[in-house]
Design a binder for this molecule. Sequence first.
Ligand code: BES
Ligand code: MN
Ligand code: ZN
Length: 500
Amino acid sequence: MTDALKFAFGPFTAPSRGVLVVFCDDGLKFGSATAKTLGSATDLVARAAKAERFTGKSGTSLELIVPAGLKVSRLVVAGVGKAADLTAKDFLKLGGMAMGKLPASASDLAIFADLPGSAMTAEQAADMAQGAKLRAYKFDLYKTTKKDDEATAANRTVTVGTADLAGARKAFAARDVIADGVLMARDLVNEPANVLYPVEFARRAGALKKVGVTVEVLDVKAMKKLGMNALLGVAQGSVHEGRVVVMRWNGGKKNDAPLAFIGKGVCFDTGGISIKPAASMEDMKGDMAGAACVVGLMHALAARKAKVNAVGLVGCVENMPDGNAQRPGDIVKSMSGQTIEIINTDAEGRLVLADVLWYAAKRFKPKFMIDLATLTGAIIVALGQEYAGMFTNNNELSHRLHLSGEETGELVWRMPLSPVYDKMLESRFADMKHTGGSRWGGAITAAQFIQRFVADDIPWAHLDIAGTGFDSRQSDINKSWGSGWGVRLLDRLVADYYEK
Ligand code: BES
Ligand code: MN
Ligand code: ZN
């Protein structure tokens, strides 16, 4: 949704217009390429630094408007603290920060991938470009009027100065399409529910065909035939029919079992008959953030031609109160054959996942299944907006997800699963209830419920992203309401452990 923004790599030459961002350490020292470009402006920077008490501390910056000796309209000196202390994760943030220094009215941004001591590597330069791309995203599709200072200049270009042009271009190719996947997910989450209802969600997922993904859509008739009554029960109160979308990318060996990613796609969650209070209900247009992540991830994997077989499955429904809506007390038979007594129709996500997880396991016999869902308010109470909750039956998957989280900054924290919670799901009338009855451990009882629909004990992880999928903490690389959380995490997981 971002206006056309071009990314390029170029040599360390002084740009003739726009904004230039350079880096210095906490001794106000520059890399050699930067020092050469600044030339006589170096003295100006030193004086400005003194006047502003800028010392090059990490996260701080100094701005000079129309600096003498340079042609740019603005020079930004960004502090990195001790250059030797920078870790791989920092470059993405530096790129985001640099992008944040480009006023809407300006069109050219140059960033020098240069540090005191040494020039950055091609990977670091490419990380910066990816960070800038993620930061530049803006969802303003429905703003018909813009103030002059908000209007974004046309044909914006970000040029990252580097000593290794070919290397940086090569390293950016994958990062570029991964970022596209994140932005795709953000778009889906930001779209309002009158535009993005299940049929439209499925149509948009169809765009993945362009990058070689096979996209298949199950309509109500097909779902009825499969016995997906848990999902259909949620969908029945809406004038918008439910859909399941199956996306397949085969970049691995022919007979390798695929990795499966499953997303909750509740396009709007009113709570149904157990209706939610009015305050912030508008946020429930984002209750399909899990599904959006799966679509963005499938884009990333396919577009960078990941050497892996992967399937993405999303269950899309709208949860509405209606004369035909599901009632508390109703009993539905899930695709697995297990019967469920409906208690609170606002606990709809787990019902959708129950059928999609079962279907995914039976049809694809995957190596593992990871589901993402904005499932419970309780996980926000437990972990806030920093970590997503992770529930898993597999220690190796837990370890790998944890490490991928640390690498990408999309953090997960393991929560318990245990039969000791099963009592809370006992029903008088059916095989089980779908909520625990009390609010205690609400994210855990939800996960415990879902686990009953993981067929054949396949390695499985459930990520409760209610706190991270939308309206989450803003950062140097995300100023969007819909965060696109999880695309980078899962892409990294696949790249680091499953493409060998
Ligand atoms: N979509 C909500 C969870 C949610 C709440 C996500 C706030 C993001 C922000 C989910 O369907 C829901 O309503 N969960 C209930 C479950 C309860 C009825 C057992 C909840 O968390 O209150
Ligand atoms: Mn709900
Ligand atoms: Zn929900």
